[in-house]
Design a binder for this molecule. Sequence first.
Ligand SMILES: Cc1cc2nc3c(=O)[nH]c(=O)nc-3n(C[C@H](O)[C@H](O)[C@H](O)COP(=O)(O)O)c2cc1C
Length: 161
Amino acid sequence: MQQELRKAFGNFGTGVAIIAVRGEDQQAYGLTINSFASVSLQPALLSWCLANESDMMARLAACEKFSVNILAADQQYLSNRLAKPGDHKITADEYTIGAHGGVLLNGALANFECRVHEKISAGDHVLFIGAVDAAHYCSQQRQPLIYFRGAYSNLQVAGDA
Ligand SMILES: Cc1cc2nc3c(=O)[nH]c(=O)nc-3n(C[C@H](O)[C@H](O)[C@H](O)COP(=O)(O)O)c2cc1C
């Protein structure tokens, strides 16, 4: 069943995002996710899920703020790097800090600066609901990074050659 479920879930093509936080040492850390969902406009809420077994759990469970960074197609290297167990470090030249303290990855299609609104234990994951303090987006015509059936995929955006 678990294998079937995983494969069936994988048929939902998604974007890819990086959840980023800043530690007390001011170091930025990031984790690749595709469980992002918009939840509410008024109030502004979004959600994503973190596996209980993630090495990032302790850091994220303790955080009051996080950012969500929606990746562009040319940022696959970041998705790969931050999807590996390890230090999850984001280097200083890869981001700026937003007005609400969020880690804003350079070159992302959109960035959301959030406060933790609610954390809900849900099976083998924790559902994070974030209250959005600020939303930024890129208005240029650019391709998103897409994930479908366990692999990166292409999306033809209307208007592209
Ligand atoms: C495209 C993609 C999407 C992912 N989505 C999620 C997700 O929504 N939630 C999650 O906990 N892990 C997700 N992962 C896995 C984490 O990125 C990966 O388990 C983690 O970075 C491994 O390090 P960790 O053990 O420190 O968590 C995803 C990985 C990839 C490549």
